[in-house]
Design a protein around this ligand. Structure first.
Ligand SMILES: CCCCC/C=C\C/C=C\C=C\CC(=O)SCCNC(=O)CCNC(=O)[C@H](O)C(C)(C)COP(=O)(O)OP(=O)(O)OC[C@H]1O[C@@H](n2cnc3c(N)ncnc32)[C@H](O)[C@@H]1OP(=O)(O)O
Length: 306
């Protein structure tokens, strides 16, 4: 966790922490340089295989643009890259906010890569699930202001990424849909997916939404508070950056401690149950009946195309 206090930047070992100021330590040059230093990508696009990261030095805002064809599905490789990028930005003195968006004009993210859950060994499944957890911990627990510029459809894990941000702006297009649709695939959204949704839209709406695996059009997502604003597709980035500047007008330390206070119980629940959550996932996903459901779903996705 990094907090600006009386002009000093302080860090703790994790991200958001309610242990608060007492447990914070000075961020030393040594720690900074264990990870790639900001100077190595300052002001320039930081290009990876599955996303580009561009930090604007003047505003302190980074844009992460997901660009994994065809639909930004969250593979093990993608998730690992994402977590590393979040870590780098978190450690960067200059970076105060992140806008998450997609280079695909129609799809924000198709959610978890189903191929990572179908026909894989328990070892692979465990490694994959740890990476899914890490992505969420980094995003939900970030000290930075995080804004999702949802410029396309965003089912399941894609919706989870948006839910983990501080603010959600969606392109105003009736064709785009967002939601946690896991039950439609015959799988179950884990407790921290559910908690993330409860924290945004409340308990009753989440229960309804999760049981039925509902996908919401952009306008219905706005109605239930799943997204905060709808904006014309071509204005979404400009608008996200303008909302970001409002959030960045708040002193970092006050906003960060407030964010931590709100999110810590939800983060801690996964942190204290991390290994059992992985075991649950591996057991669940290895069941023949679940593998069958995933197989049928993958076939359905391919047939839909033809
Ligand atoms: C009680 C204990 C509980 C323990 C916990 C247990 C389990 C929890 C487990 C898992 C949680 C999972 C969360 C998830 O995220 S699951 C993934 C859900 N995602 C979806 O349902 C999205 C499916 N995709 C779509 O709806 C459409 O593809 C989409 C709207 C995204 C895009 O439509 P479009 O028409 O543009 O493109 P398509 O032609 O449909 O797709 C192109 C291409 O991409 C492939 N594909 C799509 N989505 C995925 C995906 N999620 N993973 C992998 N591949 C995907 C699709 O098959 C096409 O492939 P190809 O035919 O070109 O080869």
């Amino acid at each position: 966790m990094a907090v600006l206090l009386n002009g000093l930047r302080l860090v703790s070992s994790g991200n958001l922490s309610l242990h608060g100021i007492k447990s914070l330590q000075y961020k030393s040059t040594r720690i900074l340089c264990q990870l790639p230093c900001k100077s190595s990508y300052q002001g320039r696009p930081f290009s990876n295989k599955n996303m580009t990261v561009e930090l604007d030095n003047n505003t302190g805002v980074a844009v992460i643009q997901m660009k994994k064809p065809p639909v930004n599905s969250l593979s093990l490789e993608f998730l690992t890259e994402f977590a590393i990028n979040m870590e780098k930005l978190e450690m960067d003195r200059e970076c105060r906010g992140v806008v998450l968006t997609s280079s695909n004009p129609k799809i924000f993210s198709a959610g978890l890569d189903i191929n990572e859950m179908y026909g894989k060994t328990p070892e692979h499944s465990g490694e994959f699930w740890r990476a899914v957890q890490e992505m969420w911990l980094k995003l939900y627990g970030s000290n930075m202001v995080t804004i999702a510029a949802i410029n396309g459809s965003s089912p399941a894990g894609g919706c989870l990424m948006a839910l983990a941000c501080d603010y959600r702006i969606m392109a105003d297009n009736p064709k785009y849909a967002i939601g946690l649709n896991e039950t439609k695939l015959g799988i179950v959204a884990p407790f921290w997916f559910k908690d993330s949704m409860i924290n945004v839209i409340g308990r009753r709406a989440t229960e309804h939404s999760l049981q039925l695996g509902l996908m919401y059009s952009a306008s219905n997502a706005l109605k239930i508070g799943l997204v905060d604003q709808l904006v014309a597709q071509d204005k979404i980035m400009t608008h996200a950056l303008s909302v970001m500047s409002e959030w960045l007008a708040i002193p970092d330390h006050a906003r960060q401690i407030t964010k931590s206070m709100m999110r810590k119980p939800t983060l801690d629940r996964l942190l204290t149950n991390r290994e059992s959550d992985i075991q649950n996932f591996v057991n669940f996903i290895s069941k023949d009946s679940i593998q069958k459901s995933l197989q049928l779903y993958l076939e359905m996705l391919k047939q839909r195309k033809s």
